[in-house]
Design a protein around this ligand. Structure first.
Ligand SMILES: [Mn+2]
Length: 299
């Protein structure tokens, strides 16, 4: 049995869940027994549950135990770093497949497809189309929701291929929700006034460069976070263990991103950087941070 899963540690998301379900269906259609699974129930956060809650009748990946994983084959979707899934559980295995839309971390992961589009769901939908496998209307809808979630309503890191898949799904299947409603359902601003400083500092936090860099991200649609910013950044300076802590604020109401840097050791980052549009953490911000860091080491 091939277990199909997205990133699970520290958390999963709508694209991971939907693309794992879709890829398992694609493998089954090709005669390969497969099952979409979840490795870490704690990785399911409220915002993901809210979006998935819009997909009535959608069959979720089921929880799998480590014992079962040890005797199965793997297909990775929406990540290409084993530490975000089975590696975190201490399992050492080479998957059969890996399909992702994030930069290649360089691991040997079987038959690997990495293309920089807005969502893994786009890549899997393209395989359905090229292999002539039919979608159910519910899967078509789920894929549209996943693509919209990962691209913040088709605004961040969206590619022509994402638009093409969405157009195809709308024109071929009776998807019962128009695209504006999908966007409204999937672009969820966080209510910063209800979050503790701890929660803000840990908001979709990801680590890079062996844990030396931590990058948190907020999606907001009001300016009220500004009032708490000094406290948040002061806490980031004292309370986190990172050499560089970065808070990325996506202002959904203004279509732009502001990035705050708490640089404790590198001495090469500004306090704040304003981008004129919404940017992607993985495709825009991280490469620029890595480049600044590399330049610093060379000099
Ligand atoms: Mn994704």
């Amino acid at each position: 049995l091939i277990y199909v899963f997205g990133h699970n540690f520290p958390y999963t998301d709508v694209d991971s869940i939907v693309s794992s379900v879709a890829f398992a269906q694609l493998l089954v259609a090709a005669g390969q027994p497969a099952q979409a699974v979840l490795l870490n129930p704690e990785g399911l956060k409220q915002d993901t549950l809210e979006v998935l809650g819009k997909l009535e009748g959608f069959s979720w990946p089921c929880l799998v135990t480590k014992d079962k994983l040890l005797i199965g084959e793997f297909a990775l979707v929406d990540h290409n770093d084993p530490m975000q899934s089975y590696g975190f559980l201490g399992i050492d295995k080479i998957p059969l497949y890996c399909i992702d839309h994030r930069p290649d971390a360089g691991f040997a992961l079987g038959e690997k497809q990495i293309d920089m589009v807005g969502a893994t769901s786009t890549l899997i939908a393209e395989r359905f189309i090229s292999e002539g496998v039919k979608f159910t209307p519910l899967l078509a809808k789920a894929l549209i929701y996943a693509i919209s979630t990962d691209t913040r309503g088709l605004k961040i890191k969206v590619d022509q291929r994402d638009h093409a898949v969405i157009d195809y799904l709308y024109s071929t299947y009776s998807v019962d929700v128009p695209l504006d409603i999908v966007k409204r359902d999937t672009v969820i601003a966080q209510d910063v006034s209800k979050m503790s400083i701890e929660e803000i500092l840990n908001s979709s936090l990801k680590e890079y460069m062996d844990g030396r860099i931590g990058v948190a991200m907020l999606d907001i649609d009001k300016d009220e976070y500004v009032m708490r910013l000094n406290k948040v950044l002061a806490m980031a300076g004292e309370g986190t263990r990172y050499n560089l802590f970065v808070l990325m604020v996506n202002q959904l109401h203004k279509d732009n991103t502001i990035v705050y840097y708490v640089d404790r050791s590198f001495g090469c980052f500004p306090l704040q950087e304003n981008f004129g549009q919404l940017i992607s953490r993985s495709q825009d911000l991280i490469p620029s941070i890595i480049a600044a860091f590399a330049k610093k080491i060379v000099n």
